[in-house]
Write a protein that binds this ligand. Structure first.
Ligand code: FPP
Length: 266
């Protein structure tokens, strides 16, 4: 069998080159991505900020499809934080909502072709009604897909998620014999998070050089490898994802323990 026969279909030449160097036994099970730098991308071009968001859609498409093609089981994109919702001008949030609605409609055939299942995390109920409807429609239309789970974080905040989880735990306990016997452990908290059906991310990527988590998946990222690139989100493509995975594979993951040789020295 030739080497190229093992390269997944649809990768471009550069992607195939990086893919060929990867350890296929260590593809992250879940990649989380903080998409940042749309505004700066637009500013550099003397364009309005929203032009950066519009250009960001091509980056989403390329990244999502490459992730699906190489067999990443789960990808979560931080599309819209709860803080974005409160702190940006209404014209910009309105534009982002419309962009999302259009994205869901336009991309649906490609999501299906790539066997991708859509999910969402965040306080969806606070989003405009027509956006919620489109989100439900797109999720239902991909519900039978068995490949990558693409989760869009929309009106998402990690602290809000924890607050919702704790309230949920107490509510469930109250309806099930009262809280006197409630025992809270990590497993129980995990089961009440929005991400209850996903493994914790192995890798978190942030674009545009910022060294912050910005209230993204704070519980779930406890042991994730962090990869920050200077690339602005609209310039990010599948090959950048593969570069991040390649870098991830060079890291030693210790989960608070020691590396093998150190452990054996004691
Ligand atoms: C951060 O850039 C980006 C966002 C707040 C929105 C992300 C949205 C997209 C990439 C558009 C499409 C997404 C989907 C899922 C359809 P920023 O505005 O904070 O950039 P700045 O830090 O340079 O100002």
């Amino acid at each position: 069998m030739s080497l190229t026969a093992t390269i997944p279909q649809g990768l471009d030449r550069k992607e195939a080159e990086i893919y060929a160097q990867l350890d296929l036994g260590r593809i992250p099970r879940h990649v989380a991505l903080i998409m940042d730098g749309n505004g700066r991308w637009a500013k550099k071009r003397h364009l309005p900020r929203v032009a950066g968001h519009r250009a960001g859609v091509a980056a989403v498409r390329s990244t999502v499809e490459t992730a699906a093609r190489i067999g990443v089981p789960a990808l979560t994109l931080y599309a819209f934080s709860a803080e974005n919702w409160k702190r940006r001008p209404r014209t910009e949030t309105g534009f982002l909502m419309e962009l999302l609605r259009r994205y869901l409609k336009q991309e649906l055939p490609r999501l299906k072709e790539n066997n991708i299942r859509l999910e969402y995390i965040g306080r969806k109920q606070e989003l405009p009604q027509e956006v919620q409807e489109r989100m439900g429609w797109a999720r239902d239309a991909t519900a039978e897909n068995t490949g990558m789970v693409l989760t869009l974080a929309l009106n998402y905040g990690a602290r809000t998620e924890l607050v919702d989880a704790f309230n949920d735990i107490v509510r469930a306990a109250a309806g099930n014999g009262g809280i006197a016997h409630l025992k809270i452990d990590e497993e129980l908290v995990g089961r009440h998070l929005y991400t209850r059906n996903l493994p914790d991310p192995d890798l978190v990527i942030r674009t545009s050089g910022e060294m912050r988590l910005s209230n993204f998946l704070l519980w779930q990222l406890a042991y994730a490898e962090i990869y920050v690139t200077e690339t602005l989100w609209p310039d990010f493509r599948g090959r950048h994802l593969l570069e991040a995975i390649s870098e991830y594979q060079k890291r030693e993951r210790r989960y608070g323990g020691l590396l093998e040789p150190e452990a054996n020295n004691n």
